[in-house]
Design a protein around this ligand. Sequence first.
Ligand code: APR
Length: 281
Amino acid sequence: MTAASKLQAILERARGARVVVLTGAGISAESGIPTFRGPEGLWTIGSREYQPQEIATWGFFERQPDAVWSWYLYRRSICQQAQPNAGHRALVDLETLLQDRFRLVTQNVDGLHLRAGNSAERTYSIHGNLDFARCAAECVNELVPMPLHGAWARGCTLGPREREALHCRHCGSWLRPHVLWFDETYDEPRYRYESSIGAVSDAALLIVVGTSGATTLPMQMGMIAANRGVAIIDVNPETNPFSRLAQAAGVHVAGPAARVLPELVRAFRASADADRQRRRS
Ligand code: APR
C-alpha cells in the first residue's frame, strides 16, 4: 500500500470524527524560530554557557530572575519578528473545515498558531505562551499581556524600566513568563492537561507535526492514540518516536510542515467533497 493510498484510507476512516493535531517546534522552524535543541539554543551567562533545560526552570529563576527574563525577552523578540508560515495557515484552514471536530495541542510558546488564526477555544498551549506573564508569587492567578515589546538583543541586561515593568502591580513580586518550566508539572487550569488527554481519547485521527517526542504529555497522547488503534500521521523530515508509533496504524510523511500540511488539508477537503457528492447521489 503506497503512502498516498494509506493516507486516503486514513482520511476516509476519520470522516465525521474528531481530529487532534499536536505540534512542536518544527512547525515554526520555517518561520525562523530556532528550536531549543539546536546549537543556537545555547545561552551564555557570565563566563558559562547554559542549556535551555537549565535556564527554563523555577530553580534558576529564583536564583537569577534577571538572567531568565533576559533570555525570554530575547526568545520572545525572535517570536515577535517571526510570521506564521504555510504550515500554520494550513491548520487554520483545517479548523475552518472541521469546526468543532478539530483540536490543536501545541508545545510551542511562540503564539504563532493564534496569530495565524486558530481559535483560543480549540487551541491548547500545553507549554504556555510567551505573549503572557503572571505573578511569580501567585498573588493573583490572572495572566497579564507581556509588559515589554520590541527587539531585545542576545545577552542584553534589564534596566530599571524593564525591572519595574516586570514586577507584579498587585504585590510587587517578580512577574514570570507564562511558560511551563522543566522542573514544573502540567496542570489543567494553565496548561490544559486533562483537555489534551480527553481530546486524544475520543479522536479518530492524531496528526503530529514537528516534534522530537522529548516531553511527557505529547508522548502520553501518542501512546493513548496507538493503544486505541487510532491512526497517526507524523509530519517530520526526520524519523522520531511518533513516526515509529505511526508504523502500526498510520503513516510518516517525511517532509517540512510548510509543504506537507497544505497538501494534507487539500486531501481532507477532497475527501469531504467526495463524501458530500456521495450523499447527494
Ligand atoms: N517541519 C516539520 N518538522 C520539522 C521541521 C519542519 N520544517 N524542521 C525540524 N523539524 C522537526 C525536527 O526533526 C524535530 O523532530 O521538529 C522537531 C523539533 O524537535 P525539538 O526541537 O525537540 O522541539 P519539540 O519536540 O517541540 O520540543 C518539545 O521540549 O524544549 C522543550 O518545552 C520545549 O516545547 C519544547 C519541548
